[in-house]
Design a protein around this ligand. Structure first.
Ligand SMILES: [Ca+2]
Length: 473
C-alpha cells in the first residue's frame, strides 16, 4: 500500500527502482502542505535569513536537500562570513516501544522541536542551546533564572513503529560545522562492550545545605556558685550572677583539649597554640576549630608559609640557648618542613644570614596528630656546609624562623602547639576532661543573655546531630 500525504495511491506499475501510482481525491482534513512521512532521511534547508526572519523558500539563497543522517551536510554553506539559518526536519520512526531522549549539538544557537505525532503543528521545543558546544556532553544543563540550557530533551515514551515529527533549527555564521541530532534509547542491551562509540552522559549534582545552630536556654536560680556539665565534663565553679561572657568562657574550657607539657623545667621562648589567633607569627593559612585540634580548640590549617617571630626578635634570641623547635602536625605522609632560620652572628655583626634545612615529619598521617621536636642548632646551623662556624662564645641571634611545609600532594596539613624551647620536650593530650557532647565537635559557641537566663548557640562541625543538654548544678 502506498500513500502520498496520507492519501491512498493506486499502483499502476512497479519496478525494482520505481513505483507509479495515482492518488485518490484528498479526504476531509488531509494535510497537503505539511511534510509527510515516507522518505528516508531528513530535509535539510538553509538560507541567509536575517535576524528575526523565518527560513522559507523565499529566503535569499534558499536551498534544500535530503540528508541521510540527522546532521547538516558537510560544507553546506559556502558563503564565508554570511549569517545563515538552517533547519533539519523529518520523522523519527521509533524502532521499538521504549523511552528515548533526543540531543542536539551545534557550533552555535540551536533548538530542537518534537511532536508526539506526525503533525508538525503539535511540535514543542524540547531542547535548546544558546551558544555552540564542541561535543554532545560538553556543557552542564542549566535551568536557572538567566538562561535555559538543555542539550537534551526530556525522556520521551515512544511507540514502536509510530512516526514522530521532529525539527531542529540552527543559526550561525559560515563556515560552520553544522548541527547534529542524536537519539538515545533507554532500557537497551547496547552497552560500552557492544558499541565502540558508546557515549557516557555526565551528570552534575549541585547540593545546597543550610546550616542551623543548636540553641539551648540555660536558666540559673539561687545564689553562690554552680557548675556546668556537658558530656560528663564539669566546669570550674561559676558565680550565680555570671555574665554571658563568663558562661561562654566556662563552656569553651569544657570543649578544649587539655594538654600537658613536659619537662616542666623547659624554658620556653615561644609557644603558639592558635587559641588567640596567630599571635607572634604570620601566615597564609587559616585558623580552624572545625577539626579536632591537638590542644585547645583551634589548630592551624594549610599554612604554605608560616613565619615565627619570637619575642624580642629585633635584638635576636640566642639560638645556642633556644635550640629546639617543636610542633604538632597532622597531614600527608612524607611531609617535609623546610625551616629557614634568619640570624646574625655576634653582637656587632648586623648582616643577616639565612640557613635552610629540611625536617622530615616522621609518621605524618592525615587522621592523627603527632608531636615532634628538632634541634635547630644541630640540624640546621652546625650542619650547614657553606656557613662559617661562629667563633667560640660569639652568639648566634635568631630573628625569624620560616616554615614551609612541602608535601608530595599538598593535601591536608595542620599544625598546632609550635614551641621554641631550650630543650627537647613533649606535649601530650590528657586522656579525659574534653567535652564532645553527643560525640560532636563544636566549631563555634556563643552565649548571650544575663542572669538568670542565657541562650547558648552552638555551631557543630561537620553538621553533627543530637547535641545533649547542658546541665547546671
Ligand atoms: Ca591549639
Amino acid at each position: 500500500m502506498v500513500t502520498i500525504a496520507g492519501i491512498l495511491c493506486d499502483i499502476r506499475h512497479v519496478s525494482p527502482r520505481r513505483i507509479e501510482c495515482t492518488t485518490r481525491a484528498p479526504g476531509k482534513g488531509a494535510r497537503l502542505s505539511a511534510p509527510q512521512a515516507g522518505n528516508r532521511g531528513l530535509l535539510f534547508e538553509v538560507g541567509d535569513a536575517a535576524e528575526g526572519f523565518d527560513l522559507t523558500e523565499a529566503t535569499p539563497g534558499y536551498r534544500w536537500q535530503i540528508v541521510p543522517n540527522a546532521s547538516s551536510p558537510f560544507g553546506f554553506w559556502s558563503k564565508e562570513g554570511q549569517t545563515f539559518r538552517a533547519r533539519l526536519s523529518g520523522f523519527f520512526v521509533a524502532p521499538e516501544t521504549n523511552n528515548y531522549t533526543f540531543w542536539i549539538q551545534a557550533d552555535n544557537q540551536a533548538s530542537l522541536y518534537f511532536s508526539q505525532s506526525e503533525d508538525p503543528r503539535t511540535k514543542v521545543k524540547v531542547a535548546s542551546i544558546t551558544v555552540g558546544t564542541a561535543d554532545w556532553f560538553d556543557s552542564w544543563e542549566q535551568n536557572g533564572s538567566e538562561e535555559t540550557w538543555q542539550q537534551k530533551s526530556p525522556k520521551l515514551e515512544l511507540l514502536g513503529g509510530a512516526r514522530y515529527y521532529l525539527e531542529a533549527e540552527h543559526r550561525g555564521r559560515a563556515p560552520s560545522s553544522g548541527l547534529r541530532i542524536g537519539v538515545q534509547i533507554h532500557n537497551t542491551w547496547l552497552n560500552p562492550e557492544v558499541v565502540s562509540t558508546y557515549l557516557r552522559e555526565k551528570h552534575q549534582i549541585q547540593a545546597r545545605a543550610q546550616r542551623l545552630p543548636e540553641i539551648q536556654m540555660l536558666m540559673v536560680s539561687g545564689t553562690g556558685n554552680f557548675f556546668l556539665t556537658w558530656d560528663n565534663v564539669s566546669s570550674q565553679p561559676i558565680p550565680a550572677n555570671a555574665t554571658a561572657h563568663q558562661i561562654q568562657t566556662a563552656l569553651e574550657e569544657l570543649l578544649a583539649v587539655k594538654c600537658k607539657l613536659e619537662p616542666l623545667s623547659a624554658n620556653i621562648l615561644l609557644r603558639l597554640g592558635f587559641e588567640q589567633g596567630l599571635e607572634s607569627s604570620s601566615s597564609d593559612g587559616h585558623l580552624t576549630s572545625g577539626t579536632e585540634p591537638f590542644c585547645g580548640r583551634f589548630s592551624f590549617h594549610q599554612p604554605r608559609h608560616l613565619v615565627l617571630t619570637p619575642p624580642a626578635a629585633q635584638k635576636g634570641n640566642r639560638l645556642d640557648q633556644y635550640t629546639h623547635l617543636c610542633l604538632a602536625y597532622k597531614g600527608h605522609m612524607n611531609t617535609i618542613l623546610t625551616v629557614t632560620v634568619s640570624f646574625t652572628i655576634g653582637f656587632q655583626n648586623t648582616v643577616k644570614k639565612n640557613v635552610t634545612c629540611d625536617w622530615s615529619l616522621a609518621g605524618a598521617s592525615p587522621s592523627s596528630w603527632q608531636f615532634a621536636c628538632t634541634d635547630l642548632w644541630k640540624m640546621c646551623v652546625l650542619r650547614s656546609t657553606h656557613l662559617q662556624l661562629p667563633p667560640e662564645n660569639s652568639p648566634v641571634l635568631v630573628h625569624q624562623v620560616d616554615l614551609l611545609p612541602l608535601s608530595p600532594e599538598m593535601g591536608v596539613f595542620y599544625v598546632d602547639e609550635i614551641i621554641i624551647a631550650d630543650t627537647n620536650l613533649t606535649v601530650s593530650q590528657a586522656a579525659s576532661g574534653t567535652a564532645r557532647p553527643g560525640g560532636n565537635l563544636l566549631e563555634l559557641l556563643s552565649v548571650v543573655g544575663s542572669p538568670p537566663v542565657y541562650s547558648v548557640t552552638s555551631w557543630l562541625a561537620g553538621c553533627g546531630l543530637e547535641l545533649p543538654l547542658i546541665t547546671a548544678r
